[in-house]
Ligand binder design. Structure first.
Ligand code: M6R
Length: 629
């Protein structure tokens, strides 16, 4: 939630920052702003409610000089205060000398605001973030006096003032601050969720909430950990602890993604591009990991060959949203093939009960971004209770990957559309890799079956590719169904999470009310909703152990005049006859079928949202990474 960028170097800062913000717009898009450090040692603030386009227009109108080569930017997802010009970031202190951009929540802001107001500070916005600018101002008064006689005292006072301000706030944050009297140093800091990446260039350095904002400039990065503060100048960066000011060495890593991967590449929306990329994303996820000769899965890192992976007694899967539905599919696979108890927990609920996990538990966290605060907090809770942590994640270097004992990267490439698509299918692919690996090391599956499954898995990218060719047929169906206000998705067994995912895709991008149910639940309540205005999409695959039961659910819907779309195996006349419309997928074993059945549901949601002229990549009220609780 909220995107942050920072730059200091020789290039004109405004276009560079605007470009970076455009790459982060998926993190928040209700207002945006820049704070630019002029060569005359002044701060220039431009901020606007609405999408980044509004800010771009305002910057153009302001005729910003190309001699301005340092600044910070922000794209907001409002938590406190309406999305207005005034509440947009950056926020400044009373004198307009300090500017801050912030991602997170200052939980004690009301108390701090009162204290600061009592000292004469004047607040201009309704945000929690503004207290940071005023706290830094307070810190500067004190620290300037302390350090005034020392060489480089001004620079020291600036760093210490920010450090002091951060020590006053409670909550999670990523923050970047600039001070017009110290134009050579941008300060970034992080505690809790949010993510802050430092990008290293030649005579220039960058800060961003997320890697896509940096890809056009550098791939050499490091990530700030909790309670770390970076001081950034064109000539270098240094990291110190927010807690005690001591230097912290950082390990620089090389990002594998390219700048082109974060572009639309000719597609009208990122979501469509990402749906169409799924064969490639799956292939990359399997590449060099699946040995088709032996059925062996080769996972990177020592954790996967440690004694623990042979010995754990229980699995807990933790995730949110679409990743949570992937976890639900994972439960089926892991339980079936490992024969160990598997629990799936909505990560946001996990720490508010007292889950029974301990040293013999493998907690698998699943997250596309690796920065979802609920998932991160659940990870920490599981760790504190003694569990070992495995992460299935798409972003190397993200918080989740840094805090886990073992990591399985999904290699989907940057996912920019808010609606998760290729991240989901690659998470399913990764769960399969994990299942096969654990089944082999725990001797839970005979080698011949392992080999057969590995080969089936390897065919999936090609099968998904073939399925995507049905886009036209789904488009036609969308035209018939875009007019409805409600939708039910039903599935049973391993297809129940896919029903949930199909409903989530539709509601989040088209704003049509949609719910997913296990077919068996219908008679316990939801069937009361069925009439001629209620379309039901039933996933009825012949390979399913509960095929007949879902056929019964379909008959019950038709008997009540419901509109019925059936997602069936190619050539299945029996299921097809019961429905008004049919979507076909190729025959595949039940365990692997979610990787195919979800694809037409993604396309259907996309086509309906397109017909309804929705902002597909940036649906209202949402942000790609949920970094506040
Ligand atoms: O980055 P994560 O996988 O942790 O994100 C979890 C959810 O916020 C995410 O899957 C969300 O539900 C998507 N917008 C759904 O399309």
């Amino acid at each position: 939630m909220c995107g942050i960028v920072g730059y200091t170097g020789p290039k004109p800062a405004a276009p560079l920052l605007l470009n970076g913000l455009a790459k982060l717009e998926y993190r928040g898009y209700d207002s945006a702003g820049l704070a630019l450090l002029t060569p005359q040692g002044r701060l220039k603030i431009i901020k606007k409610a609405g999408k980044i386009g509004n800010l771009v227009a305002a910057v153009k109108k302001a005729h910003i000089s190309p001699t301005i080569t340092a600044g910070i930017g922000h794209t907001r997802w409002a938590t406190h205060g309406h999305p207005t010009d005034r509440n947009a970031h950056p926020h400044t202190d009373c004198g307009g000398e300090v500017a801050v951009v912030h991602n997170g929540i200052v939980e004690n802001y009301e108390k701090l605001k009162k204290q600061l107001q009592a000292k004469g500070h004047h607040f201009k916005s309704q945000t929690d973030s503004e207290v940071l600018a005023h706290l830094i101002e307070e810190g500067l008064k004190h620290q300037s006096a302390v350090h005034s006689r020392q060489p480089a005292g001004k620079a020291k006072a600036w760093v210490e003032a920010v450090r002091w301000a951060l020590s006053q706030i409670e909550g999670t944050y990523s923050v970047v601050a600039v001070y017009e009297r110290e134009p050579e140093s941008l300060i970034g800091a992080r505690a809790g969720g949010g993510g802050l990446v430092v990008g290293l260039g030649k005579d220039e350095n960058f800060l961003a909430s997320d890697v896509p904002a940096l890809l056009a400039h550098t791939r050499r990065v490091y990530y700030l950990d909790d309670n770390e503060m970076v001081i950034l100048s064109p000539s270098g960066t240094r990291v110190v602890s927010v807690l005690n000011g001591k230097p912290i060495p950082k390990k620089v890593s090389e990002i594998q993604w390219s700048a082109e991967q974060a572009e639309k590449g000719g597609y009208p929306h990122f979501m469509l591009k990402e749906i169409m990329e799924q064969p490639r994303a799956l292939e990359d996820t399997f590449n060099s990991r699946l040995d088709l000769g032996t059925g062996e899965v080769l996972l990177e890192g020592k954790f996967w060959s440690s004694p623990f992976v042979r010995e754990f007694k229980k699995i807990t899967l933790l995730a949110m949203g679409t990743s949570f539905y992937a976890a639900m599919v994972g439960k089926f696979l892991l339980e079936k093939y490992l024969r160990v108890p598997v629990e799936v927990d909505n990560a946001s609920e996990f720490r508010y009960r007292d889950p029974i996990i301990g040293k013999d538990t493998l907690a698998i966290v699943i997250s596309q971004s690796g920065e979802t605060v609920d998932t991160l907090v659940a990870l920490r809770e599981a760790k504190a209770k003694g569990a070992k942590i495995a992460a299935i994640c798409n972003v190397m270097g993200s918080s989740v990957t840094r805090e886990a004992d073992g990591v399985l990267l999904t290699r989907a490439g940057p996912e920019i559309g808010v609606a998760s698509t290729k991240a989901f299918t690659t998470q399913l692919g990764a769960l399969w890799l994990l299942t096969l690996h654990l089944a082999r090391v725990r001797k839970a599956m005979p080698p011949a079956e392992l080999k057969r499954k590995a080969r089936e898995l390897a065919r999936l990218p090609m099968m998904v590719g073939a399925l995507l060719k049905q886009r036209k047929a789904v488009e036609k169906l969308a035209k018939l169904y875009a007019k409805y206000f409600n939708f039910l998705y039903i599935g049973r067994g391993i297809q129940y999470p896919i029903a949930l995912e199909g409903a989530l895709k539709l509601k989040e991008i088209s704003y049509i009310h949609a719910e997913g149910y296990p077919g068996g639940e219908m008679k316990h309540g939801p069937i009361a909703l069925i009439d001629s205005k209620m379309p039901v999409l039933a996933i009825a695959l012949k390979s399913s152990g509960v095929y007949e039961k879902i056929l019964n659910n379909m008959a019950e819907v038709k008997a009540r005049s419901g509109k019925l779309i059936a997602l069936v195996e190619k050539g299945d006349k029996l299921a097809g006859k019961k429905a008004d419309h049919v979507i076909e997928i190729p025959a595949i074993s039940e365990d692997l079928s979610p990787l195919l059945s979800v694809v037409p549901l993604q396309l259907l949601a996309y086509e309906i949202a397109k017909l309804k002229h929705r902002e597909i990549d940036q649906p209202r009220n949402l942000a790609k990474s949920v970094t506040v609780e």
